[in-house]
Design a protein around this ligand. Structure first.
Ligand SMILES: Cc1ncc(COP(=O)(O)O)c(C=O)c1O
Length: 477
């Protein structure tokens, strides 16, 4: 039977459960814990390492929620096949519900871990309103009408028809200034970031990132061995003085809905960020991942639309607005990067499936995209409002919701007495999963006081939202 032994260090800032979780994650990633290996029971490992069961349980919960470990009925927890683990992603907070059963039934099966009934996982979306009938019809048309062209890979930039629709949409709804020729479609933001870094990489070996920030992007930068400089956040987004001091010439930002904390970068700061780029020959990667969904106030146009010097690479995704599993994302390249792309185009293959991109083009051409987006805005607006009102009712003054009224997740700041891990654990004991934000920090010395927790609400039904928050009130009351 597997034993897990590591040096748990008291002198480190990260708590024991994080140290244990990271250790096991690394062992699975490296293959030292092979797929199919059963993890030790919580009680046994706690005794072996001389730590509390809660600590082991918190580490296991994290591994399960990220898909490294799955639960098998009446048996226990097992390491997952390596191929099933997205090799680049540090999946915390990222969406793919590749092992939904694992997260939901962990406890039922693995005796000493509680069952999760309400999972506030970030990135999940509401599939109920999706027009499956329409999609199936359009997808059949793709298969019938394109029999011949389906024998090729397609345009390395992605199909021109979809890029045309997308350019119009981005201009109209996000204020992005672009032609279809500037758009590159790809199978997810990470794939596009990989490609982008290769295109601009020759003379940019370091990248500045928001701290805390999106793990999916940081995983790519780290895989490419880029030097990452963490730039702290202020109430209105990235600290630009610190960006200047960093000496970086490439920066990754989420200005319209900072991930994970949710603030919006105001216009005057956007102007300064663009000035920084112009003065330092800098390039800005703008990740506009979920700002279709803005519930209050005027829409905030993309930073790219204000750029006059070709310094912004705009990125977006259909994962939140359409279907997570479709794996279609896009980037809009400024002229300088586009020129490099064109030079290399002959050697590149498209990563977004021609079948899905063709179907999506039909979906847009027939007006379904617009209808669907309108509908989803209403659905999420309602859920967002209900979630806030349940929070007021059941959690009251012990929490503060931070971030703006945008997107599919919120962050709860919980009064400072209890550590983050304890809040996650006590919530899990009530059958509710909420997510720590400490894994999003690059700088481990950053204080987590008061603790902040991330709650994705897109995938939960209205009654589940209420029950989930009510149980949080019970857990933390
Ligand atoms: C900050 C951020 N960017 C991008 C994405 C979407 O990535 P993808 O296009 O690979 O689905 C997410 C998903 O959760 C995200 O949180």
């Amino acid at each position: 039977m597997l034993e897990i032994t590591l040096n748990l260090r008291e002198d480190r800032k990260d708590p024991y459960y994080m140290q244990l979780y990271r250790h096991i994650r690394q062992e699975i990633r490296s293959g030292r814990i092979p797929a199919g290996t059963r993890l030790p029971a919580i009680r046994r490992l706690a005794e072996h390492l001389q730590i509390s069961r809660n600590t082991v349980e918190a580490a296991y919960l994290q591994l399960v929620s990220e898909g490294y470990v799955e639960s098998r009925p009446r048996s226990g927890l097992y390491a997952v096949e390596l191929e099933e683990i997205a090799s680049l992603a540090d999946m915390q907070g990222k969406q793919p519900d590749r092992h939904p059963a694992a997260t939901n039934s962990l406890a039922a099966n693995a005796a000493d871990v509680p069952a999760i009934r309400y999972d506030f996982r970030n990135g999940t979306i509401d599939l109920r309103p999706f027009p499956f009938g329409v999609w199936n019809r359009l997808s059949q048309m793709t298969m019938q009408e394109h029999t011949r062209s389906l024998s090729v890979y397609g345009d390395p930039q992605g199909e021109p028809g979809l890029r045309e629709h997308l350019a119009v949409y981005l201009r109209q709804s996000r204020g992005v200034q672009c032609s279809p020729e500037q758009i590159v479609l790809g199978a997810g933001t990470q794939q596009l970031l990989l490609l982008l870094c290769q295109l601009v990489g020759a003379n940019r070996k370091s990248v500045a990132v928001e701290d805390p920030g999106y793990n999916g992007a940081k995983a790519v930068f780290s895989q490419l061995s880029l030097d990452m400089t963490p730039i702290p956040l202020e109430a209105d987004g990235m600290n630009l003085e610190r960006l200047k001091q960093s000496g970086a010439s490439l920066v990754y930002v989420t200005p319209s809905h900072q991930f994970p904390f949710g603030m919006v970068m105001p216009v005057h700061k956007r102007v300064k960020l663009l000035q920084w780029a112009a003065e330092h020959g800098g390039l800005i990667i703008e990740d506009d991942y979920d700002s279709e969904f803005r519930y209050h106030g005027r829409p905030i146009p993309a930073l790219q639309g204000m750029d006059t010097t070709g310094s912004v690479i705009y990125m977006g995704t259909f994962s939140k607005s359409l279907l997570s599993a479709i794996r279609i994302s896009y980037m809009v390249l400024p002229e300088s990067v586009l020129a490099v792309f064109r030079k290399n185009k002959a050697d590149l293959e498209p990563t977004a499936s021609l079948i899905h991109t063709d179907t999506l083009e039909r979906f847009m051409a027939e007006g379904w995209w617009e209808k669907h987006l309108r509908r989803m805005k209403n659905v999420y607006q309602k859920k967002h409002a209900q979630l806030l009102s349940h929070i007021t009712r059941y959690l009251g003054s012990q929490v503060r919701v931070i971030g703006e009224h945008t997107g599919l997740h919120i962050v709860l700041e919980v009064d400072g007495r209890r550590p983050e891990a304890e809040l996650v654990r006590t919530a899990a004991e009530q059958g509710v999963r909420v997510y720590a934000t400490s894994p999003y920090w690059l700088n481990p010395d950053m204080p987590q006081s008061p603790p902040r927790l991330l709650l994705g609400f897109g995938g939960l039904a209205e009654d589940e939202l209420e029950e989930g928050v009510r149980l949080l009130g019970k857990a933390w009351g």
